[in-house]
Design a protein. Structure first.
Length: 435
């Protein structure tokens, strides 16, 4: 929690308080709501959700925080558009199922609202272009709310990259490997309850997320791993993704889980899931690096984003369970050394400044930092650290991987969402203590 944390007026030169609306207050949206309520420079003026139970919970949360009541929307799936007509709303945070992300973000930008969009931002290449085109047509900013970019070890390694610890960059590894079977299926009563239901009979993410695995053989969730690597390689700012190849294994994990939890006679045991259990994609960049991205949420395994940074002078593998480094001329012999002393030495200024406040904000503190960056950017109405071009490029992995897999691993060209501006765009200054 962030007790008594007041942001100075010097950080808020244009507005006394940022007026924020939330579209979607499920589990993720409620987390954002809790973090925003801790700030004295933000007013929650409206909330929207089609689930009355989530609206009631959000209202109680706002009341418990001692804040004024928010205007309520949610009479139907498009009531969010009435919310966007409110002149008092400066910014919106969108935390809804994936298929709604782009259409809601486009509507929000057209309404002139500084837009925060949960991951992934888009499902198709057309939607990726919709985000970029709308931003350019309206001048309204969009921030993809990729929280892993603010993980303490990620930012420390980014600091090391900027200090040239690894030398010229060559290769990266990342991904999203997380057993989500208990999230994608439940008993229809509790979000993470054991069960074999999804879709209309499931609740929470099982109600919508699992359908993607039925219909798409693609890396449907690439940004947690790819976002941090994109920052290290200055994607869209002096560098860009050029092409991608993807391959998928057979699909057995979800079927086996349904049989184990619901039995062989359960109706969902007859469903043929399209998404391969392990999907690997290799991306080439304009500056000559390669990035290996892995997606695996359908099998039993510990959580891992599996980061590797390989340069001409050294390499690090790091995640929650692996923290090792080898730097030529410093590490003895051909072995590894513990990464933790390096992480401490290169600890990021943001974590040094706000770490004690952020710890319990969600996902180990990173939710505080991503929301802080959104609020501070919105208050000044300036381009955020992760903008519409990033949202498009990172999310494009989904449709491109789908096309590559369909065509036996055929390379797919990345669109240049910046239309050539990446060549001269300056790299974002990540190494600072503001946001």
């Amino acid at each position: 929690m962030v007790p008594n944390l007041t942001f100075s007026h010097s950080m808020n030169p244009f507005k006394e308080n940022l007026k924020v609306a939330l579209i979607g207050v499920g589990l993720r949206g409620t987390n954002h709501l809790n973090n925003l309520l801790l700030r004295e420079d933000v007013d929650i003026v409206a909330i929207c959700d089609i689930d009355p139970a989530r609206i009631q919970l959000a209202e109680k949360t706002i009341e418990k925080a001692g804040k004024p009541k928010a205007e309520i929307f949610g009479k139907d799936a498009y009531d969010y558009r009435n919310l966007l007509e409110l002149k008092k709303v400066d910014a919106v945070v969108i935390s809804t199922p994936w298929l709604w992300h782009t259409r809601m973000a486009v509507d929000a930008m057209r309404a002139g609202k500084f837009t925060g969009l949960e991951v992934s931002a888009a499902n198709t290449l057309e939607e990726c272009w919709d985000l970029v085109n709308t931003h350019e047509e309206t001048g309204t900013h969009l921030m993809i709310l990729e929280n892993v970019n603010y993980r303490r070890d990620v930012l420390a390694v980014l600091n090391m990259v900027r200090e040239n610890i690894f030398g010229e960059l060559l290769h990266f590894r990342c991904g999203y490997q997380h057993d989500l079977r208990h999230v994608m299926f439940n008993d229809g009563k509790t979000a993470y309850g054991k069960g074999a239901e999804f879709g209309d009979k499931g609740i929470s993410e099982a109600k919508w997320r699992t359908r993607h695995s039925v219909h798409r053989n693609a890396d449907v969730y690439p940004t947690h791993g790819l976002g941090p690597i994109a920052a290290m390689t200055d994607i869209n700012r002096g560098n860009r993704f050029m092409s991608l190849t993807s391959h998928a294994t057979k699909a057995v994990g979800l079927h086996n889980y349904v049989v184990e939890t619901g039995g062989e006679d359960h109706p969902n045991a007859k469903i043929k899931f399209k998404q391969g259990d392990v999907i690997t994609s290799t991306i080439d960049t304009a500056n000559g690096e390669t990035i290996l991205v892995t997606h695996n949420v359908n099998t039993p395994r510990p959580y891992s984003l599996d980061f590797r940074v390989q340069g001409a002078k050294g390499v690090t593998d790091f995640d929650y369970h692996t923290r090792r480094i080898h730097v030529e001329g410093i590490t003895k012999g051909h072995g590894w050394e513990d990464l933790d002393p390096w992480l401490e030495k290169y600890d990021h200024p943001l974590w040094k400044k706000y770490g004690e406040y952020a710890t319990n904000a969600g996902h180990g503190g990173i939710d505080f930092f991503v929301m802080n960056a959104f609020v501070e950017s919105a208050k000044q109405n300036i381009a955020p650290p992760m903008d519409a071009y990033d949202a498009a490029a990172w999310s494009a992995v989904t449709p491109l991987s789908e096309l590559s897999i369909e065509n036996n691993g055929e390379p797919q060209d990345f669109p240049d969402f910046t239309r050539g501006k990446w060549v001269k765009r300056e790299a974002y200054n990540w190494i600072k203590d503001t946001y």
